[in-house]
Write a protein that binds this ligand. Structure first.
Ligand code: MN
Length: 432
């Protein structure tokens, strides 16, 4: 992360906050006002030794830059790293272990309190790495609610870390202050046994180091590591807002006891604003890639976007180059396969700008007849993060919209009228 921040700084793209800020609401308030912008808090009231970074990897442009590629190459590159993960190096003497603290006191770390009803201060950019003899190394994000000196409550969904713990692998290395490649790879959901560490290394070469109190690995160049043990003790976790920026329900979740903290000499704590641009980007973009893959299997997919209005999670726009009438309907089915939490899929032609909600709505307004182009799918399994879905069964009504031009229809009425010269003229030549 540090290397990338320095690169942004050289280009004048990192905003510095020199005024001393509190971890209680104030840092989150500033981060929220500058949502999506890389930001470094130089002075933290409650934790003198630390600086705090947010917005490190909140946009396609930032990730593409960190990976050294063009934005247009992003989805294919992500898919390639998932298909072809790359074995990584393990090194000793890592920067993240410059300082070793066996007397753990998590209250010395500037863990932010974000929103008014939050259950406590929350670690939002912590990535837990766990090991299993058969499945190898797994990395995943888990929000952590601070409980006290050496204890946090971790939201652990019934996915890979949960399975690892059930199989008796209780130790984790929780890495904080990570590079864009590791942040991004850790947000990818793929099959168990495929290592997010290797996906990260395929995105951008990196090395890992072994924890001191357990056999987990963490990125050698991260800022801060919490070495912990996942216990069977359950406590109330929450309230805390998730990606749709609405409060998630309070649940019984496991306590992780932290045995040792290691960090750099002048550590930078990393926070991801809940429900903010960076949270949505990291969580949503891997799903855009898996939708792109699934749609590409049934027709020619040009691009996929989860929309900002749909919290970069629930609504998608799929752009296709339509060759057969059934392409659009097949693309809708494929999009739902590629992202099971998806609630609404709109399929558009290649002339529509998927980044522009007005353009997408224009396609719906001028190219659909809803008795023909709308498909409702009631009673399907959706996202627990959608407050309107059944919160226990996750049952929801999904919707597909075919907003493509019908093949064989006279094209004239569907194409935007063009004004010649419009894009070539220099406005300075015309205005006083
Ligand atoms: Mn995994």
């Amino acid at each position: 992360m540090r290397e990338f921040l320095a690169e942004l700084d050289r280009g004048g793209e990192l905003a510095h906050v020199d005024k001393e800020v509190s971890t209680r609401f104030e840092a989150a308030a500033v981060a929220s006002r500058l949502d999506g912008k890389p930001l470094l808090f130089e002075k933290i009231k409650e934790a003198g030794g630390y600086r705090v970074a947010t917005g490190v990897c909140g946009t396609r442009a930032l990730l593409a830059r960190a990976l050294g590629i063009d934005e247009g190459q992003l989805l294919p590159r992500i898919l390639d790293s998932i298909e072809n993960p790359k074995p990584f190096r393990v090194v000793d003497g890592a920067p993240c272990q410059e300082v070793v603290e066996d007397q753990v006191d998590l209250r010395k770390i500037p863990i932010l309190t974000h929103c008014e009803k939050d259950g406590g201060p929350y670690v939002t950019a912590g990535i837990a790495v766990a090991h299993d003899k058969e499945y190898g190394y797994n990395a995943s994000f888990h929000r952590l609610m601070l409980l006290g000196r050496d204890r946090v409550a971790a939201r652990i969904l019934p996915r890979h870390l949960d399975e690892f713990v059930r199989r008796g692998n209780r130790t984790v290395g929780i890495a904080i202050g990570n590079s864009p490649a590791f942040l991004f790879a850790s947000a990818v959901s793929c099959e168990i046994g495929k290592s997010e560490l290797e996906i990260a290394n395929a995105l951008k070469e990196m090395s890992f180091t072994r924890c001191g109190t357990n056999d987990s690995l963490v990125p050698a160049d991260c800022e801060l590591v919490l070495e912990g043990v996942v216990t069977d003790e359950l406590v109330d976790e929450g309230p805390f807002p998730d990606i749709v920026n609405a409060y998630d329900i309070v649940r019984k979740q496991r306590v992780i006891v932290i045995k040792r903290v290691t960090h750099r000499k002048d550590p930078i704590y990393q926070a991801i604003l809940p429900g903010g641009v960076e949270h949505r980007f990291l969580m949503g973009t891997p799903r855009e890639a898996t939708m792109f893959r699934e749609v590409s299997r049934v027709c020619e997919c040009v691009d996929v976007r989860l929309t900002a209005g749909g919290s970069s999670w629930l609504h998608a726009v799929v752009k296709i180059r339509k060759r057969r009438e059934e392409d659009a309907k097949n693309a809708i089915d494929a999009a739902f396969r590629g992202h099971p939490s998806l609630k609404q899929a709109v399929v558009v032609d290649e002339d529509i700008d998927v980044e522009d909600p007005d353009d997408v709505e224009w396609a719906i307004a001028t190219r659909t007849q809803m008795d023909r182009d709308l498909s409702l799918r009631p009673g399907e399994l959706g996202s627990s993060l959608d407050p309107s879905a059944d919160q226990v069964t996750r049952k929801t009504c999904k919707v597909g919209v075919d907003a493509t031009i019908q093949l064989g229809a006279p094209k004239g009425g569907f194409v935007k009228a063009k004004i010649p010269m419009r894009d070539e003229i220099r406005l300075e030549d015309y205005l006083r």
